[in-house]
Design a protein around this ligand. Structure first.
Ligand code: SF4
Ligand code: MG
Length: 321
């Protein structure tokens, strides 16, 4: 197993009291595998990724375990974590526009990754290495001489992918890497991300809004709601036989032709993160809710006789048609 996360929770202190952004989330990803996390904004997807990278501002992270390739990360010191970033796990951030420094040439920003990890190169060697990285993501080598404002959105996102793979990480975390781009460019950039991930043999955790785009990319899918993972399993099983009403509503809300289209969400609003709702967090929006749903929280459990890895957190999973 490449990544095994057990009961990850993230709590923020706010003036109105604690906010429960992520609650007891558990998932795993095998070496070279592709796992997607979908959910509405505020469902805790980005927070989960930032917690794994230990790049959260102010949130308190708790976990029974975060195992990366046999290494337990929860007890690691901050300096050890800094070494791990890029080298073992790297992130392609949401919105390359804001993550690149506007006053530095691409070569400087990419070079910093090597410098920060104590990798020294001679001048021409460094140039060749950066050029090679850029070519691997479909850019020309001399893009390194440019400033971010001289590049299109898609090119900037490709630069971010090149940076993420610079040190050959085992795990890539991608937070809506294509959400700011138009549809054609999205597909091309995602295809590039998938290709470099396969070439590296890295695993990828992809966060996204677009259920359909996601379904074509990942092997396994996790659906998040109110900071909880409500359904997980092989993406084909989830689409063929969703076992959580929320997942089913998301799939049903996609345009029916080839089930393509963007994540529209469903009627109603998610619960405030400031309250830990009693019972199932989805019950105020769930058409199937009964008394037990309002009093007892459902834990993720196997719900699919043909696929033991298919889990759902719903009391009535078996009754979903
Ligand atoms: Fe709906 Fe109840 Fe299942 Fe929650 S546990 S999703 S409220 S049926
Ligand atoms: Mg987000």
């Amino acid at each position: 197993m490449l990544l095994d996360v057990r009961n990850l929770s993230v709590e923020y202190v706010t003036p109105k009291g604690p906010a429960y952004a992520v609650n007891d989330v558990s998932f795993s990803l095998k070496k070279g595998g592709r796992l997607g996390l979908v959910g509405e904004s505020g469902s805790g997807k980005s927070t989960t990724v930032l917690a794994l990278m230990r790049l959260l501002r102010g949130g308190r992270i708790e976990a029974d375990g975060i195992d990366l390739d046999g290494r337990e990360l929860t007890g690691l010191s901050d300096p050890a974590y800094r070494k791990l970033r890029f080298a073992d796990m790297a992130m392609v951030p949401q919105g390359a526009m804001s993550s690149l420094n506007p006053v530095l040439r691409i070569s400087e920003q990419m070079g910093d990754i090597f410098d920060d990890h104590g990798v020294r190169h001679g001048r021409s060697e460094r140039r060749a290495i950066l050029g090679d990285l850029l070519e691997r993501v479909g850019l020309s080598a001399n893009v390194q001489d440019r400033y971010p404002h001289e590049l299109s959105g898609g090119m900037k996102q490709r630069v971010c992918i090149a940076m993420a793979i610079a040190l050959g990480p085992d795990l890539i975390l991608a937070d809506e890497p294509t959400s700011a781009l138009d549809v054609m460019v999205q597909k091309q950039v995602l295809a590039t991300l998938g290709r470099v991930q396969r070439e590296l043999g890295a695993g990828i955790l992809l966060i996204g809004h677009d259920m359909a785009l996601m379904a074509h990319f990942v092997d396994d899918l996790g659906v998040m709601y109110a900071g909880r993972l409500v359904e997980t399993g092989p993406v084909r099983r989830l689409f063929a036989k969703p076992r959580h009403p929320y997942t089913k509503m998301l799939i049903d809300s996609l345009p029916s032709f080839e089930r393509r289209g963007t994540f529209k969400g469903i009627p109603g609003v998610g619960p405030s993160l400031l309250t830990q709702l009693e019972g199932c967090p989805f019950h105020p929006r769930c058409p199937m809710a009964t008394d037990i749903c309002r009093s007892k929280r459902p834990d993720p459990r196997p719900v699919d006789a043909e696929e033991p890895r298919h889990l759902a957190a719903c009391h009535l999973a078996e009754e979903l048609s």
